[in-house]
Each structure stands twice: as C-alpha cells, then as structure tokens.
Design a protein around this ligand. Structure first.
Ligand code: PEP
Ligand code: MG
Length: 856
C-alpha cells in the first residue's frame, strides 16, 4: 500500500489531519506524521530527521506520498529525501497538493489499493470538488498561485473592488532591542513572516527607506533598523491579520533577546590579563611553540581559509548550472543545519541562531532570483553567477554606515564561500588556518579534531575534556601536542599571542620568557631524538629480554591512519574505530562505502590482522543525523551496542560490509560496550542472519572470522567467564572501564585524575578479565589509551595480556619498554602494583623497580 506522510509545523494540525483521514478510511491506511519540533517554548517547526523517520516508517516498494504545509516543511521534506539511497528516493513523492484535502484524497485512493500514480493524481486534484462547489475556477488540478500572480493581484486593486484578501493591512512599530534588526532578529523576523501566505513587506520609516520583502533576509537586514527606529509592516492576503499580530508580538518581545539596554550603556571593563602560565591535563605529548588562534564554534573560520578562486565561463545549458547550484544549496543547508544542531547543544540556542540567519540567506528569494537571472541571461557557470551576486550583497553591506551591519559581511562571505566550496567539490574543513598556530577552544568535537591539519595546527589548548576523551585520542594519533582541562583564562588570550605547550606535563606558557623557550626547544629536540630512536627499532617484534612475545597493534580510524600505523611498527590493527567513518556526513555510510574503506585497510595490512569494531556512537560521539536526543548522562545512556541493537538496519548494513571485507583478509569483528550476555547473543544472532543471507546470495566471506567483544563495562568483567563462552577474544577498553569503575566521566576535567587506568581498582579488573579469558582458552588484548603510557608497559605484560593496541606514535616507546624487561620482572611489578592503594603509588612502583632505564 502507498504510504502517506503528513509534514506540518504544527503537531496539533497534523494530528487533526490524521484524525480526519483515519475516520475517512476506517484506519486502513499506512500514515505517519512528522510535525512540530521538540522545543516546549517554540513547538512550531519542522525537522528533516523527523520527516526521514516518518517516511522510513511507512516506506514500501509501493512508494510514499509526502504532503507538507508550507515554508520550511518543504525544505525539511527535501532534505529528508536526501537521507535515502537513490533507488528509494525515486519511490518517495513530495506532493504540492493542499494538506487537508490532499491527505484525505490520497488516503482514500491508497486504502483502496491504488498505485502511486493514481494516489498522486487524486491528491493533486483534491481541490477540484471544493472549487466546483464554490463556483471557483481551477485551471489545473495542481495549479499553484505563484508569488508574481499574488503580487500582481495585490498591485491591481483599481480593476475591481478589493476582496477581504486584497486589502493591505499595516502596523507601525518601534524597535527596542539594543542592536535593532541585526542578523539574529532579522532571521526571526523573516522566519515569522514566511509562516504566512500573505505578501508581507516592511520599511524603516525613520530612515525613509522603501518597502522591502519580509521574506528576504538581506533586504530586511539592510533596512538598518536600529534601536529606537520606527518600522512599518504591511500584509496583504487571507492571513494578514494573523501575520501582523505574530510579527508585532515578535518585535515587542524584542525578538527574544534579553538585552534591550541602550547603546550608551557603559562599556564593561576588559577582562583581567591572563597569567603568564597555566596548568591543564596532559593529553597528547610533545612541545609546540606558535601564535594562538581562538576557535569559536559560532565563527566557522572560512575567512581564514584561502578564498576559492572562481573561473567564469560560458555554458551551453544554463538549466544544468541552475540544477548544480540547487544541489549545492541543498548540501549547504544540511551542513548548516548540522552546525546549528551541534552549536545549540554546545553553546546555546541564542548564539547558535546565527546559523538560522545563514539558512535564511540560502533561501533569500531575491538573491536566488538574481543568480538565476544571471545564469540564464548570460549563460554563466553557477560559480561565477553566485560569486558575482554575493560580492554585490557584501559590498551593499559594506556601504552601510552602520558598523554592526558592516560586520555582517563576514556572514555573507561565509555562506558564499560555503556554496563555492561545495560547487568545487572541496571537502569541509572545520578549522582551516592560513598560518601554523596553536588552537585554543572551549572544546573540540571528535569531528573537529579529526579534520585538523597537523601542519597548520601545531598544538591544542582546550578548557574541556580529559586524556581519554575522543578528541584527545585523535590529537595523539595525529601527533599534535595537546593540553586539556585548562583554566578559562586561556580563552582570553588574543589571537596571535605567542604560546608554548608541553603536552607531556600539561603546562602552557603565554608569551614565554626567552629562557623558557630555550628549555622547551631543548625538550622538543630530545623528544624528537627519542622518538626517532624508538622508531628505528619499532619494526622489530615486541620481545622481552627472555624472548617472551607480545603482539603490538594500532588503534586507527581511517585508511590514512593505516599507512601511519604500519610505518610506526604496528603489527596490525587492534581497533578500527568505525564511527569516524560516520562523522562529517549527513547520513550513515552505505554498505558499499564501508566495504571500500574496510577492504582498502585490509589490503594495506596484507597478512596482518584487522579488528573492526562495530559502530560505537553516543557518549562524546553523537551524530546529528542519527537523531540521538541529548541525554543527561550520555556515557550511561544509549551508546555502542545498545544503540545498534535498537537500530538493526544500521548494524546489519555494517555487518554485511565487514563480512564481505573478510573474504581473503585477516578481519575480526568486535562489539563495543557489551554489558550482558544477552547483548552479545543478540549481536551474534544478527551476525548469523547476515551470514545466512550472504551465503544464500553466494557472496563470499570468512566463515571462520573471529568474533570478540570490548570489555569496558564493569558488569562484563564480573561475568567475564560467561561472556568468554560466547566469543573468540576479549579486548579491554580501559578508557571506558576506568570511567565506569571510578564513576568519573572521561570528558570532565574536574574528575580526570580519578579516571586513571593505572588505579589498582582498574588493574584488578584487568587481572580478573585476563584470568577469565585464559581459563576459557581465549586470547585477551587491551586497546585503551593506557597502553600508550610506557610506565604501563611492565604492568600490562605482567598481568598476562596477549596483545595491546595503541595510538601509532606510541608503538616504538612501548616496544622499547618491553625490551628492557624479563617476564618475571614484569610479573613482579604487576603483583606489587595490584597491592597499592593509588595510581600515584603504582607509578612509583614502576619507577622504583630500576628495571627500565627508560624511566630512570
Ligand atoms: C576504550 O573505551 O578503552 C576504547 C578503546 O574505546 P573508546 O575509547 O573508543 O571508547
Ligand atoms: Mg570504549
């Protein structure tokens, strides 16, 4: 049966339509609703993910018909469509029919078993009976009254006496908020105006400006309406009164901004100067000396990137260029939407709403009409037409007297460059510096960190986080020195100030003295020499003095990491964090995309093993498009295997890709966050189903592929003997295990010292897991960050681990540490460490053992 989806700004409206439909066809219809947004203050709106889920819930081969109310509902529906694979997209039809009449007509047709073509035709003709009854003419069932027609009707009142809808209503209002109709209020104004069907215009009476269209963000902003200015709003159409009432309420509520004090308000004193050095948590070793650069989420730093150079050329087919621009606009909307969602979680709705203005900018009808005109009239390529219009808009802003509005040029340029980047096929870079710098920020997400260029970002200073937060893990694998959990004074340091960072001690110097700089240069040199020495022997097997061997593998997140891992002495990959393939995207990677990556990594590894961990999102790795609601305790919430078992489609796709990659390669699979026997049994059952499907389809895979789990939840340690019956190997995830054993959030600098994997409480858990694994006859590894600490090496060996997997740059030092020990010495150190009562004392035990010259 054809499915039907109702998309509306209002939940009440959508539910009302559903009620009517269900009554009409006595429930015999497959119908879903995507309406309203999850914000009790502002429940009206539409959400692409919700639309996607609604379509997916009624999707079948017969197709889905989507009916929308207006404005952003269309945009959300178009965006939702992008989340489906191309073959499914063709089965989903966005229908221009009126919501109520269209839904009923479509439902009646669908319930009687009609095909999509018929259902669509019924919906599009839905207004005909009503129009006929009222004696109104409808030329074409799906006719849409264009804006030009509406404008024309309004502009021709002398032809006939005006109907109620043709009368123009008008209100005069004063603007009271401090910065007037600047970007954010203007965005709210435009968003409010576009909710109505009436033609709405606005002028700044104080500046005697002409009237401009209220649906154009640029025109509204350029009115230059400031605090104390009088504006006039006119509305013409059936809902003119409601529109003016809504706009009046918005203006009178000062656009929801708290600060309405006058500009003559005394300027607040500048913040105190930062002290000359700060102490944080060491997160990634190494010394960096460079000017600082403050990374703020609200300003994605395109203006620091080299501007994209545009070539102008003649095109034969302007329609193709226009379509290219349309698809670039769609991608840009998705990117900005993701940025908006992310920023409102990270920095609050008020700050994030600047991205609302960016979204409206992309929808500005006047801007788009001008670009379209250029493409068609001059046969120009999309880039040239777009950038010429953007330059005009930017220069219009520049010419305004108002310094605040002049600053809006940055937003115009940002949006303009975003489209040019997409048109040129350049991938997104969150931080793009023109000069090498030390990045200073409140926080960096794993996706921010993953996109950093180590040749430009020489060091990282952040106030959030801990050494096992994923951004710190990524910094280590990129080899970028990092200090996290710094005091907030670091955020007051002006851009360009010389900083030095010691990622080993957690010290940061602001404008360091000459002798500090000299000492740090010496340290940097010593570290580099030690790294090179370790690297020289890193390709040897990891052997103790009495020739006991341990496997040393690498933790990676991409194909590029594989090359680096091999060059640094990795004997395979002990942990492929597949979630990094899911970042920087607007939808989950397809089976084929994943297969390509897994096969490429396996190919590079040759006969070395590759352990692919299934998707481990949640915690500090949320993915906006997976619609994971913010949780009070994300690390105790819906993450890892819990999420995947609830979203079987995502896991099944990944399992197919992993299994297919296993053919002819040394691939093993590992499930994260297993807390119970039931979870691993459910995961294995799903794996068996997928294996059966592949077998039936004759698709090859490794029938003997090993299956393992991460042991990172205390309950898994407690029932390790039972879990060992289910799998071929364990890998201890001490990053999570430490945070759960010590009840200390791994991203919270306040408790970072507690979540220490060398605490005897965690070491005892490791010991217990190793014993359970070996009793059951399976092997056990460890892939937590603790393995990158050379002080941990003797303990991990002494506790009996068969394998470790660590950040590639740390492999050489680990092998070097092991080479200085005998097995008996390592066991003695581990036994003594287990008897201590703190991580500090455990470290002293290793340092005092005098077995390892490296630590002396
Ligand atoms: C761990 O928890 O130790 C681990 C290796 O996994 P992740 O850091 O990705 O959570
Ligand atoms: Mg983990």
């Amino acid at each position: 049966m054809v499915g039907i989806v109702i998309v509306s700004h209002s939940k009440g409206l959508a539910e009302g339509v559903r009620e009517l439909v269900v009554q009409m066809v006595q429930g015999k219809v497959s119908l879903a609703v995507a309406a309203g947004v999850d914000d009790p203050q502002n429940p009206l709106g539409t959400d692409a993910i919700q639309v996607y889920e609604a379509i997916a819930s009624v999707y079948s081969e017969d197709g889905v018909l989507v009916l929308m109310d207006l404005g952003s509902a269309l945009m959300s529906a178009e965006m939702a469509l992008e989340f489906f694979p191309p073959e499914q997209q063709t089965k989903v039809h966005l229908c221009a029919a009126p919501l109520v009449e269209g839904a009923i007509a479509a439902a009646v047709a669908a319930a009687s078993g009609s095909d999509m073509q018929r259902v669509l035709a019924e919906a599009q003709a839905a207004l005909v009976p009503k129009a006929t009854q009222l004696g109104a003419a409808i030329n074409h069932p799906s006719s849409i009254i264009t804006e030009e027609q509406l404008t024309h009707d309004i502009g021709a009142p002398e032809d006939a006496s005006p109907t109620a809808e043709q009368i123009t209503r008008e209100i005069h209002l004063s603007v009271h908020n401090r910065l007037g109709l600047h970007a954010r209020p203007a965005a709210k104004f435009v968003a409010c105006a576009t909710r109505f069907q009436s033609l709405i215009q606005v002028c700044n009476l104080t500046k005697s400006s002409g009237f401009v269209r209220a649906d154009s963000i640029n025109q509204v902003t350029m009115l230059g309406a400031r605090q104390g200015h009088e504006i006039v709003i006119t509305a013409t159409g059936t809902d003119a009164d409601e529109a003016l009432a809504a706009l009046q309420a918005l203006v009178e509520s000062h656009f929801g901004e708290d600060d309405i004090s006058s500009e003559s308000h005394p300027i607040s004193p500048s913040p105190p100067l930062p002290p000359s050095s700060l102490k944080g948590i060491p997160a990634s070793p190494g010394v960096a000396i460079a000017p600082s650069f403050q990374f703020k989420k609200t300003t994605v730093v395109w203006h620091h990137a080299a501007p994209i150079h545009v070539h102008e050329y003649h095109v034969e087919n302007p329609e193709t260029e226009w379509q290219r621009l349309q698809s670039a606009l769609r991608i840009a909307r998705q990117e900005i939407q993701a940025l908006l969602t992310h920023s409102s979680i990270q920095i609050g709705d008020a700050e994030a709403s600047i991205f609302d203005a960016h979204l409206l900018f992309l929808e500005d009808p006047i801007l788009l009409e001008t670009v379209q005109e250029r493409i068609f009239a001059l046969h120009l390529n999309a880039e040239a037409a777009w950038s010429a219009v953007i330059e005009e808009v930017a220069s219009n802003y520049h010419q305004l007297e108002d310094p605040y509005l002049q600053e809006r040029v940055a937003d115009v340029v940002d949006v303009g460059q975003r489209i040019l980047r997409i048109l040129s096929g350049t991938p997104i870079t969150t931080v793009d510096l023109s000069q090498p710098a030390i990045l200073v920020a409140c926080d960096l997400t794993p996706s921010d960190t993953a996109s950093l260029d180590p040749t430009k970002v020489l060091g990282i200073c952040i106030t959030a986080g801990s050494a096992t937060a994923h951004s710190a893990i990524l910094a280590r694998s990129l080899g970028i020195p990092a200090v996290v959990g710094l005091p907030s004074e670091i955020l007051q340091v002006a851009d360009g100030t010389l900083l030095s960072v010691d990622g080993e001690t957690g010290n940061v110097w602001i404008e360091p003295e000459a002798d500090t700089l000299a000492a740090l240069e010496v340290k940097r040199h010593t570290q580099q020499t030690a790294r090179q020495k370790a690297l020289a022997t890193a390709h040897q097997p990891c052997l103790t003095r009495d020739r006991h061997q341990m496997s040393v593998l690498a933790n990676i997140g991409s194909i590029e990491d594989t090359q680096q891992a091999l060059s640094m002495g990795a004997e395979g990959v002990g942990l492929l964090r597949t979630e990094f393939l899911y970042l920087h995207r607007t939808s989950a990677p397809s089976e084929e995309e994943q297969l390509t990556v897994y096969q490429a990594i396996a190919q590079l590894l040759g006969t070395h093993p590759l352990i692919i961990r299934t998707l481990d999102v949640g915690g500090d790795k949320p993915l906006p498009y997976l619609k994971m609601q913010p949780e009070t305790n994300p690390f105790l919430g819906w993450r890892g295997i819990r999420f995947c078992l609830d979203r079987p489609q995502i896991l099944q796709t990944q399992l197919r890709a992993i299994l297919r990659a296993s053919a002819g390669h040394q691939v093993k699979i590992m499930f994260p966050m297993i807390a119970t026997v039931a979870e691993i049994q459910a995961a294995k059952a799903m794996l068996a189903e997928v294996q059966a499907e592949l077998r039936q389809a004759g698709i090859p895979f490794d029938e003997k592929m090993e299956v393992g789990i991460m042991v990172e939840v205390p309950s898994a340690v407690a029932v390790a003997e039972q879990l060992a019956q289910e799998v071929d190997f364990f890998s201890l995830g001490t990053n999570d295990l430490s945070q759960y054993v010590m009840a200390a959030d791994r991203t919270n600098p306040q408790v970072a010292l507690l979540a220490d994997a060398l605490h005897p409480a965690v070491l005892r858990m490791i010991q217990q897991t190793v014993q359970a694994a070996h009793t059951a006859g399976i092997w056990v590894g460890l892939c937590g960050e603790v393995a990158a600490d050379p002080l941990a090496a003797p303990i991990l060996l002494g506790l009996g681990l068969d394998e470790v997997s660590l950040s590639p740059p740390a492999i050489g030092a680990f092998k070097e540490a092991i080479a200085q020990l005998t097995m008996a010495q390592a066991q003695a150190i581990a036994t003594t460490a287990l008897q201590q009562d703190s991580a500090t004392k455990v470290r002293e035990v290793v340092l005092n053992s005098h077995t390892i010259s490296l630590f002396e």
